[in-house]
Every structure is written in C-alpha cells, then in structure tokens.
Design a protein around this ligand. Sequence first.
Ligand code: GLN
Length: 436
Amino acid sequence: MLAEFTSPFDATAVRLLREAGADIIGKANCDEFGMGSLNKHSHHGPTINPFRPSSGQIEKRYPGGSSGGSAAAVAAGMCQVAIGTDTGGSVRLPASYCGISGLKPSYGLISRWGVVSYADSLDCVGVLAKEISDIRVTFGVLSTYDNRDPTSASPDMRSQSAEAIKSLLSKLEGNKDTKRPLDSLRIGVPQEFFPSELSPTIINPIRSVIRSLRAQGATIVPVSLPSTSYALSSYYVLASAEASSNLARYDGLHVRPPPGSDITKTSRNYALSRTKGFGPEVKRRILLGTYALTADAFDNYFLQAQRVRQLIRNDFNRIFSLPNFYFTDPSTITVSQEQEKSREDQIDVLIHPSAIRTAPRIDDTADKNDGDESDLDSYVQDVLTVPASLAGIPALSVPVPERYLDPKGDGWPIGVSVVGQWGSDELVMRVGEAIE
Ligand code: GLN
C-alpha cells in the first residue's frame, strides 16, 4: 500500500533524533504494517540475519520481526543505533535473534506521532543497539512529552515515577562492594515464562545468567504470573481488532491508491486498495479483527480479551514493588496500599528468556506456505514478549553472553529479557548492563 509513499513530514521521534545531531541513514525493512515475527511478511522480501556463528557455518536465517531490518542493520554494523516499533515484541524478538539489545520502553514515554499505527493501545517506538549505553542515550533523547500524541505520558506521570524509583537507583549507585553492584535489588523469575515450547538449549544459558546476577548481589525470587498463558490469544484478538480499524483509512481516498491505479475512479480505487494494497498476512489480520468486533463476536472475543488484559496488568502490579503511574490513576494509590505489600513478596524487575528458540531458518518454501500451520508457529514466537506489551511496561532484550551458551545448542544468539514496572526503563537498562 505504501510502496511508493514518501512521508511529507518527520515523525516526532525522527525530528528529535535529527535535532540531537543524529544522521538518519535510511529506512529499514520490516513486516508489512508491523505484522509478523520473522520479517517474512515484508513487501520487499525477507531480510537475512547477518549473524555468523563461530562454527563459520553459513545459513540463511530470519532476523526476526517485525523490525528485523533495524536489528540486522545494527548487527551488521551499518549503524550504531536503529529505531523500530514494538507492538507485541517486534523490537525484542529481532534483537534476540540477531544477538543485539532492544528496548521496548514503557508505553507512552516515546511519542507515536507520525508513526504508522498498527494497534494504538500497544504500539511503542523502541531502540536497538549493540551497547546498552547507546540505547540509553537514544532513549534519553526520545523520551519526552509530546502534545501531538494523546497517549503521551504527562510530565506529572514522568516525574512521579522518577521520584518513586529514585531511592532504589541511588541504593544501587551507592553499593560500595564492586563485586556486588546489585545488592538490595530483587529479581523475579516467573515460572510461566518457561513454557513447554521453550527449547531445552535455552534454559541452561538463562540459568547461568540468573546465577551471575545472584553472584553480583541480587536476590532471586521465584514468582508466578498466573494469567500469562492467556496473553497470546488476548494479544492477537486485540491487536487485530485495533489493526482492522486503523487500516480502514487505506481506502484509496484518505490514502492514495496502490501504484498503477487511476485516481479519478473512486469506487474502483476502493476495491483495488483493499484487494491489491495488502499482503496476505495483513488481510488475515483485518478479517480476524473485523470479526472480533462484529456484534456476534464482540462479547466473547474483544471484551473477553480486554478482561484478560486487565488480569495480566493486575498480575504485574501485584508483584512489582513500585506502583504503575500510567495505567492507575496516581491519586488512587495510597501510601497504606503500598505499605500493605511487604518487601518480601515484591520484586523490582523480572527476568525471563526473550524467545522460545534461536532464529528460524529461511527455507525455500517460505513464500509458498502463507496461511498454513507455519504461520501459527510464528504467532507462538511472541508468547514471551506479549505480556509486557499488554501491560505497557518496559522490557529490554539483551544477548546472553557467549560463554553461557549451551554447547549442545546451535551457536546462534539467545536473548534474555529484563522487565520492570511502568517507568522503570533506567532500572531495566542497569540490570541489562549487569548481564552484558
Ligand atoms: N509478531 C507480533 C504481531 O505480528 C508483534 C508485531 C509487532 O510488535 N509489531 O502482531
């Protein structure tokens, strides 16, 4: 639909980067409208993952999606930093598959103005880089209130959450013992994030990461987020429903019809836009989402998915030591409520694998199997990334250091995710640096 489209203006994120002196070197490949987990559903064909395992074996693998072009550009050394969008994992999954770091910030911290909408209640602009210090600088430039994005976190919300996290950050800074820089940090390991689909060669490297965090002074706490198993279904219903509504504007009138059409023929252009303007995956999402919003299905699908989303948020709010200043009206958070939670049951960040496997191979049948089971397989790739998206909380995927990789594994990168309460982006990056 947008193959020949050049935006007449810069998104807020791009403007802020330019103003801060960044050179924008190009646009990266991604799955059409951000819909995909591999980079397989791109109009331009898949990006190839540039990672080369130490065995030297050359294999074509996907970089992950949807922001796979951004991750590949960073991994290949074409740029120091790339931005992408993360609606359900599209920055974290490619980061994990390509062996770099990727931050999905807290929802509402980076303006979405000028970003093509997929599912507004989930969409976040994210940052990818090899070094977390580069992510920090870029995030610092981008995280600012923008009155052109109605979901942008207000200056009040920003300062309240910064105030709430201040004491923990300064405790960490004040740790005198250089061998135990994480003293007084509590890290949760959620049992539900180790599902049966998880490849066994991922578990041991994650265990080694957890052990090293403990050795650095962190307290490791097993936690439970019981609604996690419903997250994937809830996500696909909600994301598709919002997408079906957002993509209604591509009708040949509001947005110009696909290349080659005669703009004077309105109704023909409408039909052309809807039939020829989208690839098969986008059409599938539009149909799925439109169905979920019909009178017959609304209650059982859309509303049910909204209820599940609330359960997932409640799960996170129950275990985090900090309150959520974005999704809860801060005036309703009373001190006594917060004190009720004893520090012993509370954690500051969570840690879990970013993906259930390493990057999948690009096989020769990749273009022919649209619509079969392999597509459902790619939905499953998102099982570990969508809970943080539904809750709107920050999540950073960091590569597991090579020394921890399982010798029985395939030698391709594995990502580990650090997840925090809304507004804990800096904390999440600090813990990520302890893994690097
Ligand atoms: N793979 C998920 C989807 O297709 C997430 C994509 C994204 O975060 N943009 O919806």
